[in-house]
Design a binder for this molecule. Structure first.
Ligand SMILES: *[C@@H]1O[C@H](CO)[C@@H](O)[C@H](O)[C@H]1NC(C)=O
Ligand SMILES: *[C@@H]1O[C@H](CO)[C@@H](O)[C@H](O)[C@H]1NC(C)=O
Ligand SMILES: *[C@@H]1O[C@H](CO)[C@@H](O)[C@H](O)[C@H]1NC(C)=O
Ligand SMILES: *[C@@H]1O[C@H](CO)[C@@H](O)[C@H](O)[C@H]1NC(C)=O
Ligand SMILES: *[C@@H]1O[C@H](CO)[C@@H](O)[C@H](O)[C@H]1NC(C)=O
Ligand SMILES: *[C@@H]1O[C@H](CO)[C@@H](O)[C@H](O)[C@H]1NC(C)=O
Ligand SMILES: *[C@@H]1O[C@H](CO)[C@@H](O)[C@H](O)[C@H]1NC(C)=O
Ligand SMILES: *[C@@H]1O[C@H](CO)[C@@H](O)[C@H](O)[C@H]1NC(C)=O
Length: 435
């Protein structure tokens, strides 16, 4: 069995080198260009970005999309987006393009721009929901009018070298590929039209590329043992320890603290783990047929309100979630036969905003699970989660031999602990690929 898993792991890892996420194996951001009409010197394209990731949002300050033109293309105009720089358009007289750069960088417009600059699914400041949370909000689109380009599907050259910040690094985009043209249904659904030409670009996320350290950690406790297992020390790196805030009262007198920095550099409350986010899992109660877990998320960053936060958790008993109090819950079934993963997110207008660090900087929920008598146990750390992700980034768990354990039972041994085995395999495989 172990061998089969190992072989599977390695195979899967090889097929999607590095950017593979076991809880969301097909997760990607797809950017689709539909050529809607040919013009005298180019084409008009609708560009649509689909965030197909189940639990990774594109958060404030939003996405930034770049590419390299294959020829000497220019952007005559953009609707529902803009390029960050115009570039050198001095060769043009009369009509001046919106952008003449060889490598345009496009961003979404902010909400509230005039109607004539808007486009369907635009103007959200580049903030895009995760597919698992709200597919209707997981789309962003805009229109470009491209000049000095091919004017037929034989002469048009696809843009190259796509780059995506969403909002930070971590995404790698593949080459644009011509795909069957998209068909559109007219609003009355009685007529189908189709794009003149369509190409897709797929971008995938890798936490290894995004950041050196994790950005969240997990602490654990239980009703059957007084020990609280804290987050590992320096779980998120201790480089910024000298800049952290030691006492709450100091914050009140600090000026400009509530303005996020351009680089999203956090201002953290001092903790031994130095993580912006801590997820606490408390095994709260044991009933005959059910058991109850309390989940709390705490924000330690004074510079960040997390809107649209999402938690993805893997635990073998999530196939029998009976009730989730005060969070929304949705099972994720990445592999058809295994239903052990789910996402939790805030309820609209109630706790979908995780406030900046301080007295309101936390959200919590309780989960009632039905025991499956064949597998349920409080032994061997079974009651604790195998994987925890906050906003799409994996959180660091404490080492298994420090988990609170049942009196009179042995602690989970490192070598028999499934999550540990999995991480070991994962890191081994990564190491194997990269060497
Ligand atoms: C991107 O995600 C979609 C939706 O999950 C999936 O159908 C598609 O195959 C994925 N594309 C790649 C290249 O992984
Ligand atoms: C280009 O357009 C012609 C018709 O105008 C069509 O027959 C052909 O399949 C198209 N080629 C591509 C690559 O879309
Ligand atoms: C692709 O884009 C990146 C960043 O914009 C740049 O560093 C790199 O040189 C580009 N590669 C090619 C082949 O244009
Ligand atoms: C291209 O992207 C669109 C939208 O994401 C998707 O529906 C379509 O299946 C993709 N085509 C291919 C060949 O991946
Ligand atoms: C978070 O939201 C509150 C209330 O809307 C606001 O007062 C505060 O300035 C915000 N903080 C940050 C860091 O954006
Ligand atoms: C997965 O588990 C949830 C309960 O958490 C259940 O509602 C859902 O039907 C299950 N799905 C599958 C495919 O077994
Ligand atoms: C949920 O628990 C009940 C009771 O043990 C069990 O019969 C059922 O098979 C479980 N459901 C799943 C999907 O495991
Ligand atoms: C609680 O768990 C800790 C390990 O995390 C262990 O050292 C301690 O002995 C346990 N307490 C009891 C009463 O078993």
């Amino acid at each position: 069995m172990r061998l089969v898993i190992l072989v599977l792991c390695v195979l899967v890892l090889f097929s999607c080198a590095g950017a593979y996420d076991p809880l969301d194996p097909t997760g990607n951001i797809t950017i689709k260009w539909d050529v809607m009409s040919w013009t005298a010197d180019g084409y008009v394209a609708t560009v649509t970005m689909y965030n197909f990731q189940m639990f990774r949002h594109i958060v404030y300050p939003g996405w930034t999309l770049g590419w390299t033109w294959a020829k000497k293309e220019v952007i005559w105009s953009a609707v529902g987006s803009q390029t960050t720089e115009q570039g050198d358009c001095s060769k043009f007289k009369g009509n001046i393009p919106h952008c003449c750069k060889k490598t345009p960088i496009v961003v979404d417009l902010l909400p509230g721009v005039p109607y004539n600059q808007q486009f369907t699914n635009c103007c959200k400041g580049g903030v895009v929901s995760a597919w698992g949370q709200d597919p209707s909000q997981a789309i962003s689109s805009f229109q470009l009018s491209v000049g000095q380009a091919g004017t037929s599907n034989k002469t048009v050259k696809l843009p190259k070298n796509f780059t995506l910040l969403a909002p930070g690094p971590g995404y790698t985009c593949g080459p644009a590929k011509i795909v069957p043209s998209t068909s559109f249904l007219t609003p009355d659904k009685r007529r189908k039209t189709q794009a003149l030409m369509t190409w897709n670009v797929t971008c995938t996320y890798s936490q290894f590329l995004a950041r050196k350290n994790p950005s969240c950690c997990v602490s654990l406790s239980s009703f059957y043992n007084d020990t609280i297992t804290p987050c590992p020390s320096c779980a998120c790196g201790c480089q910024n320890r000298k800049n952290c805030v030691k006492s709450e009262s100091k914050i009140v007198s600090m000026v400009g603290i509530h303005t996020p920095k351009k680089d999203n550099e956090p201002l953290l409350q001092c903790t031994h783990h130095m993580c912006p986010i801590r997820v606490h899992w408390h095994v709260k109660q044991n009933y005959k047929d059910y058991w109850r877990v309390k989940i709390a998320i705490t924000n330690f960053n004074y510079r960040m309100n997390y809107s649209l936060w999402a938690l993805a958790i893997q635990h073998p008993n999530l196939n029998n979630v009976t009730q989730v109090f005060s969070f929304d819950y949705k099972p994720l079934v990445p592999y058809e036969s295994i239903n052990d993963t789910g996402m939790f997110f805030g309820m609209k207008y109630f706790n979908d905003l995780l406030m900046e660090a301080g007295p309101s900087g936390n959200v919590q929920s309780e989960v009632l699970l039905q025991k499956n008598m064949d597998t349920f146990t409080f032994k061997q750390g079974w009651a604790f989660p195998h994987k925890v992700y906050f906003n799409g980034d994996e959180c660091m768990l404490p080492p298994p031999d420090t988990y609170p354990f049942l009196p009179n039972s042995a602690p989970p041994s490192i070598l028999t602990f499934p999550p540990f085995i999995f991480s070991m395999l994962f890191f081994l495989a990564i190491w194997f690929i990269e060497s």
